[in-house]
Ligand binder design. Sequence first.
Ligand SMILES: [Zn+2]
Length: 1012
Amino acid sequence: MKIFIRKRKKITSFILTVILLTFLVSNLGYAQIYTAKSELEVGQTYHGFKLIEEKNLKDIESIGRIFYHEKSGAKLLQIENEDENKNFSISFRTPVDNNKGIPHILEHVILNGGSEKYPARQLFFEIMKGSLTTFLNGMTYPDRTTYPFSSMNDTEFSNLMDVYLNVVFKPSFYKDENFFRTDGWHYKIEDKDAPLEYNGVVYNEMKGALSSPDSQLYSYIMRSLYPDTNYRYISGGDPAEIPNLTFKELKDFYDKYYHPSNSYIYIYGKLDILDKLEFINENYLKDYNKIKVDSKPGIQKPFKDKKELTVEYPILEEDLEKDKTFISLNYALDGKPDMETTLTFGLLSQIVFNNPASPVVQNLNKAGFNNISSVYFSNSAQPFISIVAQNTNENMKDKFEDVIYSSLRDIVDKGIDKTLIKSTLNNMELDQRQQYSRDAMTGLLYGELAMLSWLYDGNPLDGMDIDGALSKLKVALDEPYFENLIEKHILKNNHSSVVIVKPKKGLMEEKSKAVAEKLEKYKASLSDKEIEKLIIDYKELQEWNGTPNSEEILNTIPTLSIKDLEPKIEKIPTKEKKENGIRTLHHPLFTNGVGFLNLYFDASTVKQEQIPYISLLSQILGKVSTEKYNYTQLPIEEAMYTGGIQYSATVVTKQGSNDIYYPKFTVSSYATEENISKMLEIMAEEMANSNFDDKERLKQLISNIKSNMENQLSSGPINIGIIRNLSYFSPVYKYNDLLLGLSYYDFIVDLDKNFDNKYKEIVKNLEEVKNTLLNRKNMLISFTGEQKEYNVFRKNIPTLLKVIGDKDLNSQKYNFDFDNKNEAFSSTMDILYNFQTFDFTKHGYNYSGKMKVLNNILQSDYLFNEIRIKGGAYGALFGIIDESNIFLGSYRDPNLKQTYDVYKGAIDYLKNFNMSEKDFEKQIISSLAEYYVPTSNMAKGQTADYYYLSGITEEDLNKELEEILNTKPEDIKKFAELFEKGLKENHILTIGNDEVIKDNKDLFDSIRNLVK
Ligand SMILES: [Zn+2]
């Protein structure tokens, strides 16, 4: 009963940098230092591993140990602490010298091809079917490949460690080219008159990954700054070059780099290390002799002059070219890519380029650049920093550079405003203060931190000395620390580039024509017999992929037994009370002196025509000036005293219903005990005294909202697609679509386009909606923290209540038209997203935990096989939402009609459902995985609020768990009838490639462009 649809943050290719930034700060004020009693001695050898260094890591309450396996040359890092969520990973340095995607395809075939001891096809997915892991994946970086997983279960951890070591050192993909053909690329041809096509999982994955201009921008920045090194290539693979890869090249690459001497093993959490060292030595490393592997990434010689690179991305014929260009200014940094550099430049980019209070940003805004962002990128031997302007034009290039230079010169000469530095540092400290409560990702992230220096022959434990790095940064409060960095790494740095990514019409058609012609030419060169052979090869590959693993092979995969598990519903403490007459929930949980506040305002009092304004309001509050503060000061105030103030528009649904729902306007923040009163003051100031009547600022904000939505639409329109599809019949999702879906996008496009005419009306609506929403009769307070923090909060509630209205307002009755029918949204993406939804309550079915098992089975068995393995799409989705709706989806999919036929095929699959007892047990086990995920106390408070608001009781949760545990294969079979009824309603929606959509136009009632 999790909330499936959440508001998504802007996701860019730089996400890892972003994660590290929120993470990489000191842990202040938490005194309970973990001291494991260490019986290990530096210099001694344990099971072939020599202990090189041991260090007490106070900041993260852990002990760090570096080992070296003397016979094989393998390196091993251990971080020992009390975390039950253990993590393991093995990484190899895998530099590339072409765009054929070798390390990426290798990563896929290693995990899918099985191994000597575990010879199952699609091994990785077979494991997932029955696992409780909190993380399980393989990842390809520009210069390395990493295989990580996390689990809270000891048996599972040991089992999977063996599986991961077996697949990387003794893989089976080697023995059968079909693994390479399935995940890499192959020719698709069904009969001799059909056109020849390319297909393959990675081929389609990369088509999708490189679809958006911002991901192209990133690979071109690398190419511009490091033209003589491995970093000029796309390690994931360029779809234009993937078909040039041969199976032999793939095997040669494996032979060269997958050796213990080129490996980095990482073990994290609460476990017996000697036991693990013995296992790894005895079963794997003792059989290898050290060799020399030449895998060190190349270093680019600094430039004498700045380089410039212009590239094009496709837009549709009807689109406007104006304001669709990206300009970036990039600097390769002279320094090691370690944690200290990451922290320093992450902070610098935050202070100088990503903060509206920075004079650089203000000058850029004045010069007409409304959408500025900056990133620091650390996953390469030479890190770089980029400043990017979006929604601009090529002729603005010189101006962009001039403004940046003159503004930076100015702040270097005058000094950066110290309050700007102080507030950013404070905010990071507060963020770190919450790290006491580890969550599902903690072990994984420490591993990433270690890699920043380890991969480049540095000491991995340096990446853990966060205290040292932070105290160095505090120097910046007294000395011109950042100013000197700007001078050295930006103003006086010639190792830099300007990369322009601009739109071009017809480029998509040009590209697909070129591929089609190439394939046509190739086909024409073949004899009938050779074509016949391609058809047979393709059919054989399909058959090969359709052949399931034998029972005997599946039995080699280690599994857990349900008998050993005791899943439980965790009770989250909640005290319901009245404070100053307001309904209040207090979750008394340990939060290390921080108080978390959520205010929920009932939004059902807002008039129907004003619904989109609730969302707009949430995106504008805190970003416009108030009586007391200019909008440029607000972020400084927020960061100085709080963890930031968030406004959001959401809907809580009554489970099992599409008609009953509770719209909410939510205000959230957190602060340390001593800053709680200040937090409430700033909140009250923003809620009561925001000035919407600043024409320039409002225009800029609306234009930013529009381009952020467009980035989201072109990089991953899954949530938005599902919401829209459900809105064909569900009032809840009709409302959601207006709030954060495509209707909201249309609303924003209209405001942006007609801003001058609508300006007065916008201001008036924002005022009205704000005054309707912020009302104490509509309000629920939730606070997470111990009694001490709660008492401080309680005393200060009047600060907030002073500014909140006290009117009697009625809930509105909304009447929606349901005239959106099967829609297709065209774009220049190379691939497609296909959705289908229906309401199962309409057909007399009630939600039960059995559907969780159904969900797992359809997604991991049927849809996975048909859509990914046979269809070549990157992924298939299935979900049950709000206990009333079902959705099916595919992403980065080369197919359209074929995928909808696969959805229909679910009926027969269920009718004939047949699964061995053991496989069925695995499906039940993985349905239980969500009961084994560690969550922070802050997140626990929010979950409890959600249960409260939607009326979910502990009894409901226990009932659901019982139902999962008692699901039988016959129950799954019975769902066939439901699918027959539901799919017949034929509610479908496709987003993606314009040409494929036009070829299938008969399936849709309307076709429009995705982005306006
Ligand atoms: Zn991949």
